[in-house]
Design a protein around this ligand. Structure first.
Ligand code: TYD
Length: 138
């Protein structure tokens, strides 16, 4: 997968004086079926999350509250995305090294995932990731 396949997706915002509402439908607003949801919260200032890639699963990251950055690396280059609104998110396909940092105080990182949790889907060593990328490109 290349960085060009990673993209920020704008979601609808139903605004009213009673507050805002945003919705996501699988295979419509994001290009996969949702099998899992997890969220990061109470992340200490200056902390970094991620530091791995996934062999198969796809993800969609949303700053449900506050803000944070996602740095994506396809083995050829890196790109930093700043997420700071609840009505857009970042689509990340498989085989993308990611690091999350710059969490604002009280932020909530909501993640929609295409697969159930499976530690075997992780690549946690950056050199292993680089090797897998170069093998798939040769
Ligand atoms: P990890 O994916 O490494 O977190 P991050 O990328 O946010 O830094 O997961 C941290 C720990 O939580 C690890 O022991 C695996 C476990 N975990 C689950 O059990 N289920 C899940 O759905 C997720 C995302 C993680």
């Amino acid at each position: 997968m290349s960085l060009s396949e990673c993209r920020v997706i704008n979601l609808s915002k139903i605004a009213s004086e009673k507050g805002n509402l945003t919705f996501i439908e699988a295979n419509k607003h994001i290009p996969f079926e949702i099998r899992r949801i997890y969220y990061l919260y109470d992340v200490p200032g200056g902390e970094t999350r991620g530091g791995h890639a996934h062999k198969c699963l796809q993800q969609f990251f949303i700053a449900a509250s506050g803000s944070f950055d996602v740095v994506l690396d396809d083995g050829m280059g890196k790109k930093r995305f700043h997420l700071n609104r609840s009505y857009y998110g970042l689509y990340v396909p498989e085989m993308m090294w990611r690091e999350l940092d710059n969490f604002s105080s009280g932020s909530v990182c909501l993640v929609l995932v295409s697969e159930h949790y499976d530690e075997k889907d992780y690549i946690r060593d950056y050199e292993d990731f680089k090797r897998s990328v170069s093998l798939s490109r040769s």
